[in-house]
Write a new protein. Structure first.
Length: 41
């Protein structure tokens, strides 16, 4: 889930693009990317 000010929470799935900070607006991060960073092998 994505929580942003003054909006309802949004559910994001693997291929969905996540919102990023304005200074990183040239970057795109998918939900699957975040989970792959957190995966412990």
């Amino acid at each position: 889930m994505v929580f942003q000010p003054n909006t309802l929470p949004e559910v994001k799935y693997d291929s969905d693009i996540l919102p990023v900070l304005d200074m990183l607006s040239d970057s795109q991060v998918k939900a699957a990317d975040i989970f792959s960073f957190l995966k412990i092998e």
